[in-house]
Ligand binder design. Sequence first.
Ligand SMILES: NC(=O)c1ccc[n+]([C@@H]2O[C@H](COP(=O)([O-])OP(=O)(O)OC[C@H]3O[C@@H](n4cnc5c(N)ncnc54)[C@H](OP(=O)(O)O)[C@@H]3O)[C@@H](O)[C@H]2O)c1
Length: 221
Amino acid sequence: MANTAKTAIVTGASRGIGAGLVEAFLKRGYSVVANSRNITKANPFAAAANVALVDGDIGHPSTAATIVDTAVSRFGRIDVLINNAGVFIPKPFTEYTTEDFNTLVSTTLAGFLYVSQLAVKQMLRQKSGSIVNVSTTLVDQPIAGVGAAVQIMLKGALNAVTCALAIEYAKEGIRVNTIAPEVINTPILLCINRKLMTFSKGCTRSAGSVRSKKSSTQLCF
Ligand SMILES: NC(=O)c1ccc[n+]([C@@H]2O[C@H](COP(=O)([O-])OP(=O)(O)OC[C@H]3O[C@@H](n4cnc5c(N)ncnc54)[C@H](OP(=O)(O)O)[C@@H]3O)[C@@H](O)[C@H]2O)c1
């Protein structure tokens, strides 16, 4: 039965947008492989035969391989890949550290690259598939007071590769698109100074998961 359903992979699915996407796919009858570094611990979904949880950092090739292997071995195919995993590190441009940069590159770019390469190989076999990269409106419309230049630089790269892949694989029946959320009230918004961004009211994530409560340029992951 599971093998006849469409299959979606959602990265960064333990909370926020990713968890919402998983629920939406399940409601529509998809089988889903949901990933995040701590998704088993977060355990956000009711146990079901058509949900597979894969723990792991999406920036690591081995995590990507496990996700794709799980989708194919358990559900037989990959119809949709949502590259959603993300962290938000807003700070003035001159204050980005090498650690910040490496974290953002790993999650945003490596986290896109490895799993997408493997998913495309499977989609080529199927002659169909859809990849959606989750970017941000900040690429085209930065907000005064929310310095996030390095984050924006890397999400911009995601937009660029989306266009390249859409052209490269259109003839193979594989669609590649970007969606750019504006502001969605998820735990990631705790990274933004509440004084500057009143829209962060109502966030429910515990402050303990935010590294520094003192700085207006907090690092969240
Ligand atoms: N919310 C907004 O207003 C907004 C606006 C524009 C764009 N976006 C984008 O939307 C996406 C989702 O954001 P969100 O608001 O839902 O954030 P969120 O609530 O903080 O969720 C982020 C998810 O990514 C996972 N994650 C983080 N680093 C990871 C890694 N290295 N490997 C695997 N999973 C990882 C987290 O789980 P673990 O901690 O368990 O790994 C979590 O499930 C992000 O790409 C973000 O840039 C959000």
